[in-house]
Write a protein that binds this ligand. Structure first.
Ligand SMILES: [Zn+2]
Length: 134
């Protein structure tokens, strides 16, 4: 399966090769730049300029690099970022949420209000937002 990632606001493709590209800003340090996340959910490796790094616990705002929309999932929890995942083969769409708090590992793939995939040591902080049956 190959996943495509889209901006929920403008539908722009955020995946470039084996990266998902975001424009990020730290409100605290005003440090800003582009970062590239791994398209495999649960892989927290990040590629960025050596100067674009964030302290653990820092709130990092994620923006679409195309339309500059803030991707915070404010309706669910403003600590989370929301993007759209589309399965290249089936066309199935999911919502992908991950934490924008630096160092926090928490990723969810949601389809039809159900958690389909969940990753990260900090996922328990947010899992109750998605599935009350857990
Ligand atoms: Zn966009």
């Amino acid at each position: 399966m190959k996943e495509n990632y889209l901006c929920p606001k403008c539908n722009a493709h955020l995946r470039v090769g084996e990266n998902v590209v975001f424009y990020v800003i730290s409100k605290k340090s005003n440090n800003k730049g582009l970062i590239m996340l791994n398209p495999n959910l649960g892989d927290y490796s990040i590629t960025s300029h050596p100067k674009v790094t964030f302290e653990k616990g820092e709130y990092v705002e994620f923006y679409c690099p195309v339309c500059h929309a803030n991707l915070a999932a404010s309706k669910i929890n403003s600590n989370l970022v929301k993007i759209i995942m589309v399965d290249d083969l089936t066309g199935q769409k999911s919502d992908v949420y991950f934490s924008k708090v630096a160092g926090e590992k928490s990723t969810f793939r949601i389809t039809d209000n159900k958690i389909i995939e969940k990753y990260g040591d900090d996922a328990h902080l947010y899992s109750n937002l998605f599935d009350i049956s857990e």
